[in-house]
Write a protein that binds this ligand. Structure first.
Ligand code: GAL
Ligand code: CA
Length: 347
């Protein structure tokens, strides 16, 4: 073999090795993805949402592999839509490649949608459902949540069961259950629908009801305590049942009775929705009769699965959509019998 040929051969081999190495490197590069999740929350002092976001952080960390890195940035709008619009811009500037938005005003997502569309960053709305018309503004919009109607139905069934098992709840023995409702934010999909469905379900199960009053307490424990103190001052020990749109407001109602030193037997039956840790603990110490589990673990798993599919372009076909771009996780019933198991699940 001549010198010339040998050096040609050598450089050929070198070239092949080089191509092989760089080829491999660029191939594994293209399989490496980073999810930069920008999360905008309407109000992080909300008990259910702060637990949901903690869970999302844990899920994201646990999903990391060599080829899939995750990074989460969370912003708290503290109840202002304008603040949230600015925060979404910040998240995009900081490099978010998927947005997770819990709208302050569920009827006002346009600004956020425009910002995201300009940069082609998909949005997963969660917990506060935009109106259907807005969801059609762009094809990169998704929603993860739960069906409000189902939570009301399950609350109604739980209340009916409890009343049947404890006939002494009808304290004045008039054959009717005197009740009050503590409602979440006006305009929220989970407020009006939960109340209406819970009441309708109770009636359809043969419970005679007598509505004494209601109060709006915006999901908030302290506000619910105040509303309840007012309702008690109007009706004294006449209230036999409290239907609260969420656990925090149920706990506010219980706190009002405790403040007035009511004994356990003079207190009404109180039901919540969510199964937050504090709610589940109240079931275990028998101050809260029952709740309906708002599956935050299922919701965060769905958010992560969707976000991962959006970033990697893989696995979208394995996601179970209830309808186009919507994922709804089912609610379940929680009583003293299974509350401990639910508490363990949220660890
Ligand atoms: C509901 C939940 C409430 C509150 C609200 C905020 O689904 O039951 O506790 O977190 O969402 O949007
Ligand atoms: Ca009665």
């Amino acid at each position: 073999m001549g010198r010339m040929r040998r050096s040609w051969l050598l450089s050929g081999i070198c070239c092949a090795i080089f191509l092989l190495l760089t080829g491999c490197a660029s191939q594994s590069d293209s399989e490496r993805y980073t999810l930069q999740l920008g999360v905008a929350c309407y109000n992080q002092s909300d008990t259910f949402l702060s637990q949901l976001i903690d869970r999302l952080k844990t899920d994201l960390a646990a999903a990391e592999t060599d080829s899939f890195q995750t990074h989460i940035m969370v912003r708290d709008a503290a109840g202002s839509q304008r603040t949230q619009d600015d925060q979404v811009k910040e998240l995009l500037d900081a490099g978010a490649n998927v947005l997770c938005v819990n709208l302050v005003d569920r009827a006002d997502p346009s600004e956020i949608i425009d910002l995201a569309r300009e940069r082609n960053v998909p949005i997963i709305f969660f917990n506060r459902e935009p109106v259907a018309e807005d969801m059609r503004q762009w094809d990169q919009l998704y929603y993860v949540g739960a069906d409000a109607k189902q939570s009301g139905q399950l609350q109604g069934e739980l209340a009916a069961d409890y009343i049947t098992q404890h006939p002494q709840i009808d304290r004045n023995k008039d054959g009717k259950i005197q009740y009050v409702v503590l409602e979440g934010e006006p305009g929220h999909q989970d407020a009006i629908i939960r109340t209406e469905t819970a009441v309708d379900t109770l009636k359809s199960l043969g419970v005679s009801l007598d509505k004494l009053g209601s109060g709006i307490a915006n999901w908030n424990r302290a506000q619910a305590q105040n509303r309840m103190l007012q309702l008690i001052s109007q009706h004294q020990s006449g209230i036999e049942l409290v239907l609260a749109n969420n656990d925090d407001m149920a706990l506010g109602a219980i706190a009002a009775y405790q403040k007035l030193n009511y004994t356990e037997s003079a207190m009404p039956v109180v039901l919540g929705i969510d199964g937050t840790d504090v709610g589940l603990e109240a079931i275990l110490n028998h101050t809260l009769a029952a709740t309906v589990y708002n599956d935050k673990e299922g919701q965060t798993a769905a958010i992560l699965q969707l976000a991962q599919a959006l970033v990697t372009g893989q696995g979208m076909d394995q996601i179970q959509f209830a309808k186009d771009h919507y994922i709804y996780l089912p609610y379940t019933k929680v009583t003293a019998e299974n509350a401990a198991a639910y508490l363990a699940k949220s660890d």
